[in-house]
Design a protein around this ligand. Sequence first.
Ligand code: NAD
Length: 444
Amino acid sequence: MTTDVKARPARPSEPPTTGTGTPSLKDRGNLFEVAMRQIDKAAQLTKLDADVWQILQQPKNEILTNFPVRMDDGRIQLFKGYRVQHNNILGPYKGGMRYHPEANLDEMKALAAWMTYKSALHEIPFGGGKGGIKFDPTKHSKTELERITRRFTHSLGNNIGPDWDIPAPDVGSNEQTMVWMMDTYMNVVGQNERHSVRGVVTGKSVNAGGSYGRREATGAGVMHCIVEWAKDTNFDLDGAHVIIQGFGNVGSFAARLLSQKGAVIVGVGDHGGYIANPEGLNAHKLQEHVAKAGTVATYKGAAKITRDEFFALECDVFVPAALELEIGVKEANALKAKVVVEGANGPTYPEAEDILLDKGVAVIPDILCNSGGVIVSYYEWLQNKRSEQWEHQDVLDRLQHRMTKTYGEVRTYATKHKCNWRTASYAIGLERIERCYKERGIFP
Ligand code: NAD
């Protein structure tokens, strides 16, 4: 158990900005507190049992490890790694590994809790976890990244495992990271078990035991939610204007898949800057550019704009797909979109969400719409357990079915209980968890 929790700063109503116009994460308030405020509304609506609520308000385990790694120049550098295990009543802990210089314990606690409710909402037999390393992966060579990842995996030891806690990629980590984690874990179990523990991580490359469709899964889930919202509101996606913040795994695939539906991507932004083109950006070419240049900011087929100009762009759909707490009061007031579809985890301050809802902007919450990743991770884990490889289309069809089913359940719940979609999504998850606790009780 550890405590690197700093005194809680005053709760900001909008993200403060640095000179580059990009808010620093450490100045954005306590993410765990934001998460608890959101979930508390659903706990009140469902009249959640006080004992269950007490259990859910803190993670079960908070693991912090400082581990040494040899750098390319021969020096040793110490890294700080985290793994927070929020809850496992419904199944093994599950959640991403974030590599980011501003990673911190409260962020991990919030992200781990969101995973618990996300899996419960979609009826995936997983609990919630999150972890990562506090460092900037862009500042290290591939060989250093490999050693950092392997040493971190080794430090976590039996705190991860295919039936205990199953990491996946998140911001700053990717398929390669997962393959190194899997290989390290496989090599420390007995040789007879080696192949039966492939499911220790998901989001692996297909070559190394991953699932077809995992790469684009989260973006695909976002797209399915937008398609459902368009059906509900009689809105034609063909020609609709879309802006996307973050052009990594989630943002880039959301852009490509929405373009295939006829939507026009008129603005994007990432850590390097923001660009716009009212005629539309070619998502495929932009993804190729980012793979080489590392940012959208240097893409030739668009004009450079500021962060403030990005949030004020004329558009129908906004997909935040970067980091948390990017939409404050200022951004909410500026946004012209009809719907905000949270590809990122926790991108919206509660105060900003109130403004959006008052303006009549629909908000499709993160735990509903960015769950494509964990859903296909579940399929990957099942395939690993059964030594199967499902066909690509089969995976995509199952994903679409589950996303649209849950979307419909949230719509029905929100209508019945006259609440917003975020509260409805948490409430469905909380009720499932509560039922399980009621039946199982507390051991001993
Ligand atoms: P990624 O590392 O692939 O991409 C992150 C993107 O955000 C990059 O384009 C980066 O430049 C941009 N970014 C970083 N800092 C920024 C800043 N200050 N301002 C603007 N842009 C910034 O990560 P990802 O996997 O695409 O994850 C993005 C979000 O989606 C995160 O909130 C993550 O937790 C969430 N998410 C990811 C998955 C998944 O399967 N990868 C699943 C569910 C939720």
